[in-house]
Design a protein around this ligand. Sequence first.
Ligand code: GLP
Length: 243
Amino acid sequence: MTITVFHDADALAHELAVRVLGAIARQPSIVLGLPTGRTPQPFYAALRAQTEARRTDWSQVRTFNLDEFVGVGADDPGSYRAYMERELFGAVGVARQHVGFLDGRAVDLAAECERYERAITAAGGIDLMVLGIGANGHIGFNEPAPGLHARTHRARLEAGTRASNADLFDGDVAGVPDEGLSMGMATILRARSVVLIATGEEKTAAVEGMLRGPITTRLPASFLQLHPAAVVLLDRAARPMEA
Ligand code: GLP
């Protein structure tokens, strides 16, 4: 994995935004895989600012988000779909018919997961996947477990994962759903390019395990070692000692 360490989270966010906008300029109908969480917020802010500065045209860009909460609708402010609308889609002008998202309120969740896999395949696969990492090493909602799912699936969320998402539900952990839908590890590893971003010292141990540890279902991000060209962008706080 290629590792780059930035002075701070804003420098990282700016560099990644420039890379993504460069990729859009080269390939206007690029298929992006996108994360939610606190980590990508400076990245989305940089994308908004740089899109305006460079007049980037997002009208042909297609997107697939990593995950969504079960039981939460797109119009619920706590949903990842609403987060993306606030952080990116509304500001840069992603055509909503080009937005791929898991529907956490689908009547048949297994069918919804299969639909998502087919939609990604029909779009030609994900060209560039941006990922965050949980403090426990999760990717999307692929939590540490005795086994992982290859494809998009329904997942139970750990208490720590629910706590880190409480801000979306007015700070109330009890309001955070205990299940999600998530791309699986193979869905993620099929992306042609993968960029993982991590900032802050609470991520250092997970980053260390991801980079240096054995590939283990106990630290799902370690599977990124199997990707032929995964890129890891860190700020100084998230950097393990020898990275
Ligand atoms: C969340 C999301 C992940 C995200 C991770 C880290 O639960 N499902 O996709 O990468 O946790 O979140 P944060 O960036 O807020 O630390």
